[in-house]
Design a protein around this ligand. Sequence first.
Ligand code: ADP
Length: 575
Amino acid sequence: MESRFLLVDDNTGFLDLTAGLLSRLYPQAHIERTTSGDAALRLLHEQRWDLMLLDYRLPDLDGVEVLAEVRKAGIDVAVIMVTGEGDQELAADLFRMGAYDYLVKGRIGSMTLRRSIDQVLTRRGLEQQIREKSDQLGTTTRELAERARALDTAYDKLQEKKEQLKALSDALEMTVQQRTAELRATTSFLNRVLDAAADHFILATDGDGRVLTFNTGAEAAFGRPAREVVGKEELRAFFVETQPEDGQYEPMVEEARATGAAKRVLTGIRGDGTKFVAKVSASPLQGSLLESRSEGQSGIVVVGADVTHERELEAQNRDYTRQIELQMDDLVRKNEQILEATRLKSEFLANVSHELRTPLNAIIGYGDLLLGGIYGELGGRQESAVDGIATRARDLLRLINEILDLAKIESGKMELVIETFPLGPVLDELRETAQVLSRGRGLAVEWRDLGAAGIEMSTDRGRLRQVLGNLVSNAVKFTHEGFVRIESEAAGDDAVEVRVRDSGIGIPESALESIFDEFRQVDGTSTRKYEGTGLGLAISRKFATNMGGTLIAESEFGRGSTFRLRLPRRAPTQS
Ligand code: ADP
């Protein structure tokens, strides 16, 4: 690069001289001159200069001011101050202010100028080099620092990653330990479960049929220790293959592999060669360990139990059941015979009763005629004898009628004759019966109706009258003083209740139900006081039941009884 010199002096003669000198010394250099400080500063700001020869004494600014400005503006130029004679004492100040050198006017020759300028230029060159080197150094230092920082960061990151990895590996290690412990616990749990199923044998094979699992139940059933069997023997050897009536092992395994499950009854062979009946179910086991290497067959798990004993019990049970069935058949047959016999008996009774009633009615009729004096007056003893005959004949007729009713009920021939009628007249008739029966016995016949008399019934009127008549006649019969009371009322919208109360002898509590049995009387001895057959209440209750109602007795022994007949207004239609 060419050197650029700026000469500043107000003495143009000096300028010319110096410029001429310089251009000879440095023919390559670009030389410019100016006569004022201001102009010099302008040029310095505008262009690059290597060297300025600056006159100390200028008309506008002096050299020191220009130098100060140069320093302040940071302009890079080497300054050689030109002073007059006698200004040498300034030298120290000038150097302090940044001047490179100074020349004294009047002593400037070619040699001096050259030496001074060369020195300055060399120094500048050196300074330049130092600056460059130091710049380079700065850059390098910065780069190094940068790199160090980057390295630091990378190191930090690495450290972080290392820690993360360590944490991960720790966690992994822990999980593995946990899983291992869990697996161990599960395995031992499963083994305990397998062994706890002592009543069942649990066997597993790999794909080739070799035994892998042989639980305690299996040891017991097959009479072989697991250590002799596991991994050594094939499961098929534990079952008899050719037992036509039972299942076979191989087809069971094939079915289990094909469908997921198979059940069989097989014949198992124990260690001592004896056989037993084994009820088993098989299912396939998936898993590489259990698959056969050759065909990729799955393993099999077989669960079963020795059911020999159960089988024997079943066979016994079958025998018992057969016997019981035979006995049942026998019983049914006998029952049919009995039913038939009963039917025949009832038929016979019905016939006989009919045959008996005809002559009895004649006897009663003749008795009444005799007592009525149709065949002439009877003497006192004759009259009581005829009266006795007629009374006994009536009793007999009643008995026969009752037996007939019972026979009909038993043979299932009693059918209700249903008609629709008002209840009032039936109750009126009942009151009359009570009055007739209690005549001469000093009993009060009482009467109370709470809305039953107006009710229309649809039931068997004859049976209803018979039941009520029976209750009233019993009440009169078993009452010596006091009253017989008939109460009737509506029971809800669809039933009625008639109560026959008396103040008679009463019924002990223990007999309250049994009096409804056939031929049952409270006083069953042969010396009993009250006449009767013990059939009336049995028949009455059966009638009540047939009409869809109930008949119950209540009593305070020694003080009186109440019979409660409750009937639906409409009797159920019979099937
Ligand atoms: P019977 O009156 O012909 O003996 P029942 O079947 O009508 O037969 O009565 C059975 C028994 O119930 C009677 O013998 C009697 O002991 C008892 N009994 C029935 N009604 C009464 C009553 N109102 N008071 C006391 N005992 C009675």
